[in-house]
Design a binder for this molecule. Structure first.
Ligand SMILES: [Zn+2]
Length: 474
């Protein structure tokens, strides 16, 4: 095992549709954390993948007259495209339909739990929401509808395999209460503690092959059933790191240091997934960082509302670094946030064009053709380290922008343009240049291309002026 390794996962999106802003937010958060770890000398692994099994995919494919595989292939392309355009340094993208690289690990996990006696078959009836791929009891429904999707569920009765989650209640409760599995933020930890205390019931982990239209991973030794899509999607975290196919690789990386997820799927990660790993006797993830949802113009995003923002379109219009900045700075890292084009342009002009861009332009103008000592190294401040350790990217960026404002004020106060004496001038400009180098160093995890440009501008002994980093939007 390497001394310093950092293994981070983005949630495994369903590929029944195209990516939305929430996916972009999660990828960018993961990328910033991984790039920061790299700067600190960690060997990192950032993974995600696509959840391709399950009824939701089957149904969405039917609507479009495609096979489930064709639909998964088609939509996975959009996700990979988003990852690439957002400049996410992803190491592995594992697909749930990958028979060679994913299926063996999931069947292995199944068998481990079966050997422990934690899987059993039982006849069950419940209200099934295809959107959630989950059963509800009558009490859990809101006016007879799924509380998450607000659509009426269907009554389903069939024989399924169940996982003995109830057996693990006190162990899961202890692990989370003690922060052995740390849930960030605290509010989400409290929420999940209350859920666990209310009692854990066994949950169904397979579906009949007929209802699943033969799409999914067959249950080992029972061809009449396929494995429940959540069960196999969660296990992508492991198979992406080699579980079931490369034991040396898996041992090197597993367990994950952090799962980054949205608030809607905390239960699956903090309870079901932990129970599955406990049953199989496998190491547990160390933390779960939970972000919120993004509204658009203060409204819930939804196909029916026609207000879904395509992150790829935002990138085409404003560039990927501007979107990265908005998502990391404007959307609170651990609670809900809002997206609007008017706020996007406002923030862009204030922070990127005027704040950062203007400062760089000012300093390059003042220092053009003045020679300097090459850069020093810049240790991260304790405050910054703390923000990053808590995955509070908004706080970390706010610390950087404090430095930008500080430097702006410093230049306003010193008025270097009024100074003719060369050594006196150098005494003001040299610390200014060092500060800007430091700011660029800190910016690397968030705005990697911008940081690289600034570092390039100030790397030599002589500074060149350059076109504006962020032209104003009018
Ligand atoms: Zn639902």
């Amino acid at each position: 095992m390497p001394d310093k390794k950092f293994f981070i996962t983005a949630a495994i999106p369903y590929v029944n549709g195209r990516p939305h802003l929430g996916h972009a937010l999660e990828f960018v958060q993961c990328d910033a954390a991984a790039r920061f770890a790299k700067l600190k000398g960690f060997e990192t692994l950032l993974i995600s993948g696509s959840d391709e099994n399950g009824l939701k995919i089957v149904r969405a494919a039917q609507v479009q007259n495609l096979t489930p595989r064709q639909l998964a292939d088609k939509n996975t392309v959009f996700f990979r495209d988003l990852v690439q355009k957002l400049n996410i340094q992803i190491d592995v993208w594992r697909r749930g339909s990958d028979r060679k690289l994913h299926w063996p690990g999931t069947r292995k996990l199944w068998r481990l739990s079966m050997e422990k006696g934690d899987l059993y078959k039982k006849k069950y009836g419940g209200f099934y929401c295809v959107g959630c791929e989950d059963y509800y009891t009558k009490k859990q429904l809101q006016d007879g509808k799924c509380p998450e999707h607000l659509t009426p569920p269907e009554w389903v009765e069939e024989e399924n395999y169940f996982f003995k989650l109830s057996r693990f209640k006190s162990r899961i409760e202890k692990l989370i209460a003690s922060d052995e599995i740390k849930i960030i933020p605290r509010q989400r930890k409290n929420e999940i503690m209350a859920f666990i205390k209310s009692g854990l019931v066994d949950f169904s982990v397979s579906r009949s092959k007929d209802r699943a239209k033969n799409w999914g991973i067959p249950v080992p030794d029972d061809d009449s059933q396929v494995i429940y899509t959540w069960y196999d999607a969660l296990n992508i975290y492991q198979t992406a790191a080699g579980f079931g196919i490369d034991d040396t690789l898996w041992k090197k990386w597993w367990p994950a240091d952090v799962h980054v997820i949205g608030k809607g799927i905390l239960r699956f990660h903090a309870v079901y997934w932990i129970g599955m790993l406990l049953s199989a006797g496998l190491p547990l993830p160390k933390s779960i960082s939970v972000h919120g949802y993004i509204t658009v113009n203060q409204q819930k995003m939804g196909k029916s509302l026609g207000n879904v923002i395509d992150p790829l379109e935002v990138i085409d219009k404003y560039g990927s670094e501007s979107l990265r900045y908005y998502l990391l700075r404007e959307i609170p890292s651990h609670s809900d946030g809002d997206f609007s084009f008017s706020r996007f342009e406002q923030l862009y002009n204030a922070d990127l064009a005027n704040g950062l861009g203007n400062l760089i332009a000012r300093i390059t103008r003042l220092t053009e053709n003045v020679s300097f000592k090459p850069a020093d190294s810049f240790p991260f401040s304790t405050e910054f380290e703390k923000a990053m350790a808590n995955f509070a990217f908004d706080e970390a960026l706010s610390l950087i922008w404090n430095q930008i404002r500080f430097l702006d004020r410093f230049i306003n106060d010193k008025k270097p343009w009024t100074i003719k004496n060369k050594s006196e001038l150098k005494e003001i400009l040299e610390p200014a240049v060092n500060k800007i180098r430091e700011i660029a160093f800190y910016l690397q995890p968030f705005l990697p291309q911008t940081a690289e440009k600034i570092i390039g501008l100030f790397s030599g002994r002589k500074i060149k002026s350059a076109p504006p980093l962020y032209p104003r939007i009018r």
